[in-house]
Unconditional design. Structure first.
Length: 95
C-alpha cells in the first residue's frame, strides 16, 4: 500500500506541473471539480492553491459560476459559504 500511495502522489504532482495549461488554470479546474463533488477538504486545498497561484477573488468567483452552471444549488451553496470563507482566511497578510 505505501508504494501505491507514493505512485498516486507522484501522479498528482505531475498533473499539477506547469505545462500547456498553467498551474493557475489547473488549480481553478481542480477547485471547480472539488465544488461540484462537494469535497470540503479539496475545496479548501484548491482555494488555497488558487490563491497561491495568484488568482484574484474575481477569477475564483468566475470559476464558481461555471461550476454552479453544472452543479446547480448544491455547488453554489458550497461556493458561497466555504470558498468565500477560505478566501477571507487564507488571503490575510502574514504577520
Amino acid at each position: 500500500m505505501p508504494q501505491l500511495a507514493k505512485k498516486y502522489s507522484a501522479f498528482t504532482e505531475a498533473c499539477f506541473k506547469e505545462g500547456e495549461v498553467s498551474q493557475k488554470e489547473k488549480q481553478m479546474i481542480a477547485l471547480g471539480i472539488s465544488i461540484f463533488s462537494q469535497d470540503e477538504y479539496c475545496i479548501i486545498y484548491h482555494t488555497k492553491g488558487c490563491l497561491d497561484q495568484g488568482c484574484s477573488e474575481q477569477e475564483i468567483l468566475e470559476t464558481i459560476g461555471v461550476t454552479a452552471a453544472f452543479g446547480g444549488g448544491a455547488a453554489m451553496s458550497q461556493a458561497v459559504t466555504l470558498v468565500q470563507e477560505c478566501i477571507k482566511d487564507l488571503d490575510q497578510p502574514k504577520h
